[in-house]
Write a protein that binds this ligand. Sequence first.
Ligand code: ADP
Ligand code: ASP
Ligand code: MG
Length: 439
Amino acid sequence: MIKVVKFGGSSLASAEQFKKVGDIIKADPARKYAVPSAPGKRYSADTKVTDMLYKCYSVASKGGEYKPLLDEIKARYNEIIQGLGLDLSLDKEFATIETSFVGRAGRDYAASRGEYLNGIVLANYLGYEFIDAAEVIYFDDNGNFDLDTTEPLLKEKLSNIEHAVIPGFYGSMPNDTIKTFSRGGSDITGSIVARAVDADLYENWTDVSGFLIADPRVIPDSKVITTITYKELRELSYMGASVLHEDAIFPVRAKGIPINIKNTNAPEDPGTLIVESTSIKPEYTITGIAGKKGFATITIEKAMMNSEVGFGRKVLEEFEKYGVTFEHMPSGIDTMTVVVNQENFAKKEQEILAGIHRNTHPDSIDIETDIALLAIVGRGMKSTRGTAGRIFSALAHKHVNVKMIDQGSSELNIIVGVEEAEFKDAIEAIYDIFVNTQI
Ligand code: ADP
Ligand code: ASP
Ligand code: MG
Protein backbone atom coordinates (compact mmCIF):
# COMPACT_ATOMS: atom_id res chain seq x y z
CA MET A 1 0.00 0.00 0.00
CA ILE A 2 1.38 3.40 -0.99
CA LYS A 3 -0.10 6.76 -0.06
CA VAL A 4 1.15 10.09 -1.33
CA VAL A 5 0.46 12.90 1.10
CA LYS A 6 0.34 16.58 0.20
CA PHE A 7 0.24 19.20 2.95
CA GLY A 8 -1.00 22.72 2.21
CA GLY A 9 0.47 25.98 3.46
CA SER A 10 -1.55 26.31 6.63
CA SER A 11 -0.63 22.73 7.58
CA LEU A 12 3.05 23.74 7.50
CA ALA A 13 2.88 27.34 8.68
CA SER A 14 4.60 26.85 12.05
CA ALA A 15 6.58 24.36 14.14
CA GLU A 16 3.36 23.41 15.88
CA GLN A 17 1.74 22.53 12.56
CA PHE A 18 4.87 20.64 11.42
CA LYS A 19 4.54 18.44 14.51
CA LYS A 20 0.96 17.55 13.57
CA VAL A 21 2.16 16.72 10.05
CA GLY A 22 4.99 14.56 11.40
CA ASP A 23 2.55 12.65 13.61
CA ILE A 24 0.16 12.09 10.72
CA ILE A 25 2.91 10.78 8.41
CA LYS A 26 4.42 8.51 11.06
CA ALA A 27 1.01 7.13 12.03
CA ASP A 28 0.71 5.19 8.77
CA PRO A 29 3.66 3.37 7.15
CA ALA A 30 1.90 3.61 3.78
CA ARG A 31 2.54 7.39 3.78
CA LYS A 32 5.84 7.11 1.93
CA TYR A 33 6.00 10.24 -0.19
CA ALA A 34 5.23 13.71 1.10
CA VAL A 35 4.65 16.86 -0.98
CA PRO A 36 4.79 20.09 1.03
CA SER A 37 3.60 23.61 0.16
CA ALA A 38 5.42 26.71 1.38
CA PRO A 39 4.53 27.94 4.87
CA GLY A 40 1.11 29.57 4.68
CA LYS A 41 -0.77 31.81 7.06
CA ARG A 42 -0.44 31.19 10.80
CA TYR A 43 -3.47 33.43 11.47
CA SER A 44 -5.88 35.15 9.13
CA ALA A 45 -4.01 38.47 8.82
CA ASP A 46 -0.67 36.69 8.25
CA THR A 47 1.16 36.61 4.88
CA LYS A 48 2.00 33.43 2.98
CA VAL A 49 5.71 32.88 2.37
CA THR A 50 4.94 32.60 -1.38
CA ASP A 51 3.58 36.16 -1.34
CA MET A 52 6.57 37.39 0.70
CA LEU A 53 8.87 35.86 -1.93
CA TYR A 54 7.06 37.51 -4.84
CA LYS A 55 7.33 40.86 -3.10
CA CYS A 56 10.97 40.45 -2.10
CA TYR A 57 11.93 39.42 -5.63
CA SER A 58 10.09 42.32 -7.20
CA VAL A 59 12.04 44.77 -5.01
CA ALA A 60 15.40 42.95 -5.41
CA SER A 61 15.12 42.64 -9.18
CA LYS A 62 14.58 46.39 -9.46
CA GLY A 63 17.66 47.12 -7.37
CA GLY A 64 15.59 48.12 -4.31
CA GLU A 65 16.06 47.63 -0.57
CA TYR A 66 15.13 43.94 -0.40
CA LYS A 67 17.18 42.84 2.63
CA PRO A 68 14.56 43.48 5.31
CA LEU A 69 12.05 41.50 3.27
CA LEU A 70 14.45 38.59 2.87
CA ASP A 71 15.17 38.69 6.60
CA GLU A 72 11.47 38.30 7.34
CA ILE A 73 11.37 35.20 5.15
CA LYS A 74 14.45 33.77 6.87
CA ALA A 75 12.76 34.41 10.20
CA ARG A 76 9.71 32.36 9.16
CA TYR A 77 11.90 29.32 8.48
CA ASN A 78 14.14 29.82 11.49
CA GLU A 79 11.12 29.94 13.75
CA ILE A 80 10.07 26.54 12.42
CA ILE A 81 13.57 25.03 12.59
CA GLN A 82 14.07 26.22 16.16
CA GLY A 83 10.58 25.21 17.24
CA LEU A 84 11.28 21.70 16.01
CA GLY A 85 14.74 21.64 17.61
CA LEU A 86 16.41 20.67 14.33
CA ASP A 87 20.12 20.80 13.69
CA LEU A 88 19.73 22.51 10.34
CA SER A 89 20.90 25.79 8.85
CA LEU A 90 19.50 27.31 5.67
CA ASP A 91 22.19 30.02 5.52
CA LYS A 92 23.85 28.59 2.43
CA GLU A 93 20.52 28.19 0.68
CA PHE A 94 19.60 31.78 1.48
CA ALA A 95 22.95 33.06 0.20
CA THR A 96 22.25 31.36 -3.16
CA ILE A 97 18.70 32.71 -3.18
CA GLU A 98 19.92 36.25 -2.50
CA THR A 99 22.44 36.14 -5.35
CA SER A 100 19.82 34.74 -7.70
CA PHE A 101 17.26 37.40 -6.75
CA VAL A 102 19.71 40.20 -7.42
CA GLY A 103 20.71 38.44 -10.65
CA ARG A 104 17.04 38.34 -11.71
CA ALA A 105 16.56 34.59 -11.81
CA GLY A 106 12.85 35.12 -12.45
CA ARG A 107 9.57 35.38 -10.54
CA ASP A 108 8.89 31.67 -10.80
CA TYR A 109 12.29 30.82 -9.37
CA ALA A 110 11.59 33.23 -6.51
CA ALA A 111 8.17 31.80 -5.68
CA SER A 112 9.39 28.21 -5.90
CA ARG A 113 11.90 28.73 -3.09
CA GLY A 114 9.05 28.64 -0.57
CA GLU A 115 8.32 24.98 -1.32
CA TYR A 116 11.99 24.15 -1.90
CA LEU A 117 13.07 25.33 1.55
CA ASN A 118 10.04 23.87 3.28
CA GLY A 119 10.84 20.54 1.61
CA ILE A 120 14.36 20.62 3.05
CA VAL A 121 13.00 21.35 6.52
CA LEU A 122 10.34 18.65 6.33
CA ALA A 123 12.77 16.02 4.99
CA ASN A 124 15.17 16.83 7.80
CA TYR A 125 12.42 16.61 10.40
CA LEU A 126 11.08 13.30 9.12
CA GLY A 127 14.46 11.75 8.28
CA TYR A 128 13.25 11.29 4.68
CA GLU A 129 15.27 11.87 1.53
CA PHE A 130 14.80 15.30 -0.11
CA ILE A 131 14.24 15.31 -3.86
CA ASP A 132 14.37 18.69 -5.58
CA ALA A 133 11.27 18.96 -7.80
CA ALA A 134 13.51 20.64 -10.43
CA GLU A 135 15.05 17.22 -11.04
CA VAL A 136 11.83 15.27 -11.45
CA ILE A 137 9.02 17.58 -12.62
CA TYR A 138 9.31 18.93 -16.17
CA PHE A 139 7.61 21.53 -18.32
CA ASP A 140 7.82 21.83 -22.11
CA ASP A 141 9.03 24.81 -24.15
CA ASN A 142 5.57 26.36 -24.01
CA GLY A 143 5.52 26.18 -20.24
CA ASN A 144 2.97 23.37 -20.10
CA PHE A 145 3.48 20.46 -17.73
CA ASP A 146 5.22 17.64 -19.62
CA LEU A 147 3.82 14.35 -18.38
CA ASP A 148 5.64 12.21 -20.94
CA THR A 149 9.05 13.39 -19.78
CA THR A 150 8.19 13.57 -16.10
CA GLU A 151 6.45 10.28 -15.46
CA PRO A 152 9.16 7.76 -16.39
CA LEU A 153 11.92 9.80 -14.72
CA LEU A 154 9.97 10.34 -11.53
CA LYS A 155 8.92 6.71 -11.43
CA GLU A 156 12.49 5.54 -11.88
CA LYS A 157 13.82 7.90 -9.24
CA LEU A 158 11.23 6.94 -6.62
CA SER A 159 11.46 3.22 -7.31
CA ASN A 160 14.73 3.13 -5.38
CA ILE A 161 13.63 5.35 -2.53
CA GLU A 162 11.54 4.14 0.36
CA HIS A 163 10.55 7.53 1.78
CA ALA A 164 10.94 10.96 0.19
CA VAL A 165 9.88 14.59 0.36
CA ILE A 166 9.27 16.26 -3.01
CA PRO A 167 8.38 19.97 -2.81
CA GLY A 168 5.20 21.04 -4.58
CA PHE A 169 4.41 23.86 -7.02
CA TYR A 170 7.45 23.86 -9.37
CA GLY A 171 9.64 21.99 -11.80
CA SER A 172 12.08 22.84 -14.55
CA MET A 173 11.92 24.05 -18.13
CA PRO A 174 13.93 22.42 -20.93
CA ASN A 175 16.51 25.24 -20.54
CA ASP A 176 16.85 24.40 -16.81
CA THR A 177 15.13 27.50 -15.51
CA ILE A 178 12.48 27.08 -12.83
CA LYS A 179 8.78 27.20 -13.68
CA THR A 180 5.83 27.06 -11.30
CA PHE A 181 2.27 25.92 -11.76
CA SER A 182 -0.42 28.53 -11.12
CA ARG A 183 -1.22 29.44 -7.51
CA GLY A 184 -2.25 26.50 -5.37
CA GLY A 185 -0.26 24.23 -7.67
CA SER A 186 1.26 21.98 -5.02
CA ASP A 187 -1.97 20.02 -5.34
CA ILE A 188 -0.91 19.19 -8.91
CA THR A 189 2.55 18.01 -7.85
CA GLY A 190 0.96 15.68 -5.30
CA SER A 191 -1.27 14.23 -7.98
CA ILE A 192 1.66 13.73 -10.38
CA VAL A 193 3.69 11.94 -7.71
CA ALA A 194 0.70 9.74 -6.81
CA ARG A 195 0.36 8.75 -10.43
CA ALA A 196 4.06 8.05 -10.91
CA VAL A 197 4.24 5.64 -7.98
CA ASP A 198 0.83 4.06 -8.72
CA ALA A 199 -0.36 5.12 -5.29
CA ASP A 200 -3.43 3.50 -3.75
CA LEU A 201 -4.51 6.86 -2.41
CA TYR A 202 -3.60 10.53 -2.75
CA GLU A 203 -4.21 12.27 0.56
CA ASN A 204 -4.52 16.04 0.33
CA TRP A 205 -4.21 17.55 3.81
CA THR A 206 -5.58 21.03 4.39
CA ASP A 207 -7.33 23.15 7.02
CA VAL A 208 -10.92 21.97 6.52
CA SER A 209 -12.42 18.53 7.15
CA GLY A 210 -13.07 17.91 3.49
CA PHE A 211 -14.88 19.45 0.62
CA LEU A 212 -17.82 21.32 2.04
CA ILE A 213 -21.18 21.47 0.32
CA ALA A 214 -20.82 25.25 0.17
CA ASP A 215 -17.94 27.67 0.62
CA PRO A 216 -17.45 28.08 4.40
CA ARG A 217 -17.05 31.83 3.91
CA VAL A 218 -20.70 31.93 2.81
CA ILE A 219 -22.15 29.07 4.88
CA PRO A 220 -19.95 28.92 7.99
CA ASP A 221 -21.33 25.62 9.30
CA SER A 222 -21.62 23.89 5.94
CA LYS A 223 -21.75 20.10 5.99
CA VAL A 224 -18.98 18.03 4.46
CA ILE A 225 -19.36 16.05 1.22
CA THR A 226 -18.39 12.47 2.07
CA THR A 227 -17.99 11.14 -1.48
CA ILE A 228 -17.78 13.08 -4.71
CA THR A 229 -16.91 12.07 -8.27
CA TYR A 230 -14.08 13.67 -10.25
CA LYS A 231 -16.65 15.13 -12.63
CA GLU A 232 -18.69 16.76 -9.91
CA LEU A 233 -15.56 18.11 -8.30
CA ARG A 234 -14.37 19.58 -11.56
CA GLU A 235 -17.64 21.47 -11.98
CA LEU A 236 -17.36 22.84 -8.45
CA SER A 237 -13.65 23.69 -8.70
CA TYR A 238 -14.21 25.48 -11.97
CA MET A 239 -16.87 27.58 -10.30
CA GLY A 240 -14.56 28.70 -7.55
CA ALA A 241 -14.64 26.02 -4.84
CA SER A 242 -10.93 26.34 -4.36
CA VAL A 243 -10.05 23.53 -1.96
CA LEU A 244 -8.19 21.61 -4.65
CA HIS A 245 -6.50 23.09 -7.74
CA GLU A 246 -8.70 22.18 -10.72
CA ASP A 247 -5.76 20.71 -12.65
CA ALA A 248 -4.93 18.34 -9.80
CA ILE A 249 -7.59 15.91 -10.92
CA PHE A 250 -6.21 14.90 -14.33
CA PRO A 251 -3.03 13.03 -13.37
CA VAL A 252 -4.72 10.69 -10.89
CA ARG A 253 -7.98 10.43 -12.76
CA ALA A 254 -6.46 8.53 -15.67
CA LYS A 255 -5.34 5.85 -13.22
CA GLY A 256 -8.42 5.84 -11.03
CA ILE A 257 -6.48 6.81 -7.90
CA PRO A 258 -8.88 8.28 -5.33
CA ILE A 259 -8.11 11.56 -3.58
CA ASN A 260 -8.91 11.98 0.09
CA ILE A 261 -9.19 15.57 1.35
CA LYS A 262 -8.25 15.55 5.04
CA ASN A 263 -7.88 18.04 7.86
CA THR A 264 -4.42 18.35 9.49
CA ASN A 265 -6.08 19.86 12.55
CA ALA A 266 -8.65 17.04 12.85
CA PRO A 267 -6.97 13.96 11.39
CA GLU A 268 -9.64 11.59 12.67
CA ASP A 269 -12.34 13.21 10.55
CA PRO A 270 -12.98 11.05 7.47
CA GLY A 271 -12.82 14.01 5.07
CA THR A 272 -13.97 13.81 1.47
CA LEU A 273 -13.22 10.96 -0.88
CA ILE A 274 -12.96 11.90 -4.56
CA VAL A 275 -13.51 8.94 -6.88
CA GLU A 276 -14.05 8.08 -10.54
CA SER A 277 -17.50 6.69 -9.90
CA THR A 278 -19.36 5.33 -6.93
CA SER A 279 -22.41 3.35 -6.00
CA ILE A 280 -22.71 5.39 -2.83
CA LYS A 281 -25.89 7.44 -3.06
CA PRO A 282 -25.35 11.10 -2.32
CA GLU A 283 -26.83 12.17 0.99
CA TYR A 284 -28.72 15.04 -0.58
CA THR A 285 -30.06 15.66 -4.07
CA ILE A 286 -27.21 18.08 -4.64
CA THR A 287 -23.58 17.29 -3.95
CA GLY A 288 -22.35 20.86 -3.74
CA ILE A 289 -22.84 24.52 -4.65
CA ALA A 290 -20.16 26.92 -5.82
CA GLY A 291 -20.18 30.32 -7.44
CA LYS A 292 -18.16 33.07 -9.00
CA LYS A 293 -18.71 36.76 -9.55
CA GLY A 294 -17.61 38.95 -12.44
CA PHE A 295 -19.72 37.92 -15.41
CA ALA A 296 -21.67 39.84 -18.02
CA THR A 297 -24.50 38.57 -20.21
CA ILE A 298 -25.18 39.70 -23.74
CA THR A 299 -28.70 38.84 -24.87
CA ILE A 300 -29.44 39.05 -28.56
CA GLU A 301 -33.06 39.10 -29.63
CA LYS A 302 -34.36 38.56 -33.12
CA ALA A 303 -37.74 37.21 -34.16
CA MET A 304 -37.49 33.69 -35.57
CA MET A 305 -33.74 33.40 -34.99
CA ASN A 306 -34.18 29.69 -34.40
CA SER A 307 -34.97 29.16 -38.07
CA GLU A 308 -32.03 31.21 -39.33
CA VAL A 309 -29.19 28.93 -40.35
CA GLY A 310 -25.82 29.89 -38.86
CA PHE A 311 -27.17 32.57 -36.50
CA GLY A 312 -25.35 31.24 -33.43
CA ARG A 313 -22.12 30.85 -35.33
CA LYS A 314 -22.22 34.42 -36.60
CA VAL A 315 -22.72 35.73 -33.08
CA LEU A 316 -19.96 33.62 -31.56
CA GLU A 317 -17.57 34.50 -34.36
CA GLU A 318 -17.53 38.09 -33.13
CA PHE A 319 -16.47 36.98 -29.66
CA GLU A 320 -13.85 34.70 -31.14
CA LYS A 321 -12.42 37.49 -33.28
CA TYR A 322 -11.58 39.47 -30.16
CA GLY A 323 -10.36 36.52 -28.11
CA VAL A 324 -13.29 36.51 -25.68
CA THR A 325 -14.30 33.00 -24.61
CA PHE A 326 -17.85 32.31 -23.49
CA GLU A 327 -18.83 30.45 -20.35
CA HIS A 328 -22.42 29.51 -21.15
CA MET A 329 -24.95 30.09 -23.86
CA PRO A 330 -28.56 29.49 -22.94
CA SER A 331 -30.97 30.15 -25.81
CA GLY A 332 -34.66 30.44 -26.55
CA ILE A 333 -36.74 30.67 -29.73
CA ASP A 334 -36.08 34.35 -30.33
CA THR A 335 -33.22 35.00 -27.92
CA MET A 336 -29.72 33.86 -27.33
CA THR A 337 -27.63 34.82 -24.31
CA VAL A 338 -23.87 34.70 -24.22
CA VAL A 339 -22.29 34.70 -20.76
CA VAL A 340 -18.73 36.04 -20.64
CA ASN A 341 -16.09 37.18 -18.19
CA GLN A 342 -16.94 40.84 -17.69
CA GLU A 343 -13.38 42.14 -17.54
CA ASN A 344 -12.31 40.45 -20.79
CA PHE A 345 -15.47 41.51 -22.57
CA ALA A 346 -15.33 45.14 -21.44
CA LYS A 347 -12.05 45.69 -23.29
CA LYS A 348 -13.60 44.82 -26.66
CA GLU A 349 -17.25 45.53 -25.97
CA GLN A 350 -18.04 48.05 -28.70
CA GLU A 351 -16.17 46.18 -31.41
CA ILE A 352 -18.04 42.97 -30.58
CA LEU A 353 -21.45 44.64 -30.45
CA ALA A 354 -20.85 46.42 -33.75
CA GLY A 355 -19.81 43.13 -35.31
CA ILE A 356 -22.95 41.34 -34.08
CA HIS A 357 -25.13 44.14 -35.47
CA ARG A 358 -23.41 44.02 -38.82
CA ASN A 359 -23.51 40.24 -39.11
CA THR A 360 -26.89 39.27 -37.71
CA HIS A 361 -29.16 42.37 -37.81
CA PRO A 362 -30.79 41.62 -34.45
CA ASP A 363 -33.94 43.34 -33.14
CA SER A 364 -32.09 44.26 -29.97
CA ILE A 365 -29.02 43.56 -27.90
CA ASP A 366 -29.16 43.86 -24.17
CA ILE A 367 -26.19 43.78 -21.80
CA GLU A 368 -26.30 43.02 -18.11
CA THR A 369 -23.25 43.35 -15.90
CA ASP A 370 -22.17 42.33 -12.39
CA ILE A 371 -23.66 38.89 -12.70
CA ALA A 372 -22.68 36.01 -10.45
CA LEU A 373 -22.99 32.43 -11.62
CA LEU A 374 -23.86 29.59 -9.27
CA ALA A 375 -23.27 25.98 -10.13
CA ILE A 376 -25.56 23.55 -8.38
CA VAL A 377 -23.88 20.21 -8.89
CA GLY A 378 -24.98 16.67 -8.15
CA ARG A 379 -24.98 13.18 -9.64
CA GLY A 380 -28.26 12.70 -7.76
CA MET A 381 -30.10 15.35 -9.80
CA LYS A 382 -30.50 13.10 -12.80
CA SER A 383 -32.74 10.72 -10.94
CA THR A 384 -34.66 13.30 -8.97
CA ARG A 385 -37.61 15.10 -10.42
CA GLY A 386 -38.30 18.77 -9.84
CA THR A 387 -34.81 19.89 -8.86
CA ALA A 388 -34.95 23.01 -11.06
CA GLY A 389 -38.36 23.84 -9.67
CA ARG A 390 -37.10 23.63 -6.12
CA ILE A 391 -34.14 25.86 -6.92
CA PHE A 392 -36.44 28.52 -8.35
CA SER A 393 -38.94 28.47 -5.58
CA ALA A 394 -36.16 28.69 -2.99
CA LEU A 395 -34.67 31.68 -4.79
CA ALA A 396 -38.03 33.36 -5.29
CA HIS A 397 -38.80 32.88 -1.63
CA LYS A 398 -35.64 34.77 -0.74
CA HIS A 399 -36.48 37.47 -3.32
CA VAL A 400 -33.49 36.61 -5.49
CA ASN A 401 -34.02 37.63 -9.08
CA VAL A 402 -32.89 34.88 -11.47
CA LYS A 403 -31.21 36.32 -14.55
CA MET A 404 -30.37 33.14 -16.38
CA ILE A 405 -30.54 29.40 -16.09
CA ASP A 406 -28.64 26.73 -17.96
CA GLN A 407 -28.82 23.02 -17.35
CA GLY A 408 -25.78 21.14 -18.54
CA SER A 409 -26.62 18.31 -20.93
CA SER A 410 -24.99 15.81 -18.56
CA GLU A 411 -27.70 16.71 -16.01
CA LEU A 412 -24.88 16.94 -13.54
CA ASN A 413 -25.29 20.63 -12.95
CA ILE A 414 -27.62 23.58 -13.17
CA ILE A 415 -26.11 27.00 -13.64
CA VAL A 416 -28.03 30.00 -12.36
CA GLY A 417 -27.13 33.64 -12.98
CA VAL A 418 -28.05 36.21 -10.33
CA GLU A 419 -27.03 39.77 -9.50
CA GLU A 420 -23.74 39.89 -7.62
CA ALA A 421 -25.43 41.69 -4.73
CA GLU A 422 -27.70 38.68 -4.28
CA PHE A 423 -24.94 36.06 -4.47
CA LYS A 424 -24.83 35.21 -0.78
CA ASP A 425 -28.61 35.11 -0.44
CA ALA A 426 -28.83 32.77 -3.41
CA ILE A 427 -26.32 30.28 -1.99
CA GLU A 428 -28.02 30.40 1.40
CA ALA A 429 -31.42 29.76 -0.16
CA ILE A 430 -30.21 26.75 -2.14
CA TYR A 431 -28.23 25.28 0.76
CA ASP A 432 -31.25 25.70 2.94
CA ILE A 433 -33.73 23.95 0.69
CA PHE A 434 -31.52 20.97 -0.21
CA VAL A 435 -29.47 20.44 2.94
CA ASN A 436 -31.30 21.91 5.91
CA THR A 437 -34.80 21.02 4.76
CA GLN A 438 -33.60 17.77 3.22
CA ILE A 439 -36.68 16.93 1.24
P1 ADP B 1 -4.16 24.63 1.30
O1 ADP B 1 -3.30 25.78 1.69
O2 ADP B 1 -4.14 23.52 2.31
O3 ADP B 1 -3.87 24.14 -0.10
P2 ADP B 1 -6.47 26.12 0.40
O4 ADP B 1 -6.54 27.46 1.05
O5 ADP B 1 -5.94 26.04 -0.98
O6 ADP B 1 -5.66 25.14 1.37
O7 ADP B 1 -7.91 25.42 0.41
C1 ADP B 1 -8.65 25.27 1.61
C2 ADP B 1 -9.62 26.44 1.77
O8 ADP B 1 -10.57 26.43 0.70
C3 ADP B 1 -10.48 26.38 2.99
O9 ADP B 1 -9.81 26.91 4.12
C4 ADP B 1 -11.70 27.22 2.60
O10 ADP B 1 -11.58 28.54 3.05
C5 ADP B 1 -11.68 27.25 1.07
N1 ADP B 1 -12.91 26.71 0.44
C6 ADP B 1 -13.61 27.28 -0.58
N2 ADP B 1 -14.66 26.53 -0.94
C7 ADP B 1 -14.65 25.44 -0.14
C8 ADP B 1 -15.48 24.28 -0.03
N3 ADP B 1 -16.53 24.10 -0.82
N4 ADP B 1 -15.13 23.37 0.90
C9 ADP B 1 -14.06 23.53 1.70
N5 ADP B 1 -13.25 24.59 1.65
C10 ADP B 1 -13.53 25.56 0.74
N1 ASP C 1 2.66 28.09 -2.26
C1 ASP C 1 1.93 28.17 -3.51
C2 ASP C 1 0.81 29.17 -3.39
O1 ASP C 1 0.70 29.84 -2.38
C3 ASP C 1 1.46 26.84 -4.00
C4 ASP C 1 0.53 26.09 -3.08
O2 ASP C 1 0.35 26.47 -1.92
O3 ASP C 1 -0.04 25.08 -3.53
O4 ASP C 1 0.07 29.35 -4.32
MG1 MG D 1 -4.47 24.88 -1.94
